[in-house]
Design a binder for this molecule. Structure first.
Ligand code: MN
Length: 199
């Protein structure tokens, strides 16, 4: 059985960048629902319960048809949000350092160049979805609760939830304002750790 992961910080950790109300609803309601519906789907397919979630998401097309969509959406939702909470920190917002900074600079010219490209990609997601930074420094987007795993790509270094539920209470329809605020809370330590520990 999957469970809702505890956050490493309080719901009010991000001040006005992302409000306590959004954090609480997003974690305790939206993410909890993905967990509950993933567990419900796996009750219909007990043979999948011993598999790692990443493995299920990498092989979504070969899952039994009766649970395929539920695992794609709710398993994806659980995977994506579990990462997303780690991608933010009250100590965030500083620029990346070390090998990750070098890799970003070499691909995007400088850190601002990366932020601009990522913000443009995230802003351009039609409807609900995510923007991701991959270990090869590419920026990709996915619809709904898909992640790079669905297309066989490696696990992301960083990702941004651009579903309206992630920002509407604070920013209404102004997704670019939410993205601008999010840069202040990005946990670059986590992205660096993932970049340096990739297989
Ligand atoms: Mn979300």
């Amino acid at each position: 059985m999957y469970t809702l992961p505890a956050l490493d910080y309080d719901y009010d950790a991000f001040g006005t960048y992302i409000s306590k109300d959004i954090m609480e609803l997003h974690h305790s309601k939206h993410h909890q629902t993905y967990v509950d519906k993933l567990n419900a789907a796996l009750e219909q397919a007990p043979e999948l319960q011993s598999k790692k979630l990443e493995e299920l998401l990498r092989n979504v097309d070969s899952l039994p048809e009766n649970v395929r969509t539920a695992i794609r959406n709710h398993g994806g939702g659980h995977y994506n949000h579990s990462l997303f909470w780690k991608f933010m920190s009250p100590d965030g917002g500083v620029e990346p350092k070390g090998a990750l900074a070098d890799a970003l600079n070499s691909k995007y010219g400088d850190f601002q160049g990366f932020m601009d490209a990522f913000s443009t990609a995230a802003t351009g997601v039609f409807g609900s979805g995510w923007a991701w930074l991959q270990p090869d420094m590419s920026i990709v987007t996915t619809p709904n609760q898909d992640s790079p795993l669905n297309s066989g790509a490696p696990e992301p270094l960083l990702g941004l939830d651009v579903w309206e539920h992630a920002y509407y209470l604070d920013y209404t329809y102004k997704r670019p304002d939410y993205i601008k605020a999010w840069w202040h809370v990005v946990n670059w330590h986590e992205a660096q750790r993932r970049f340096e520990q990739q297989p």
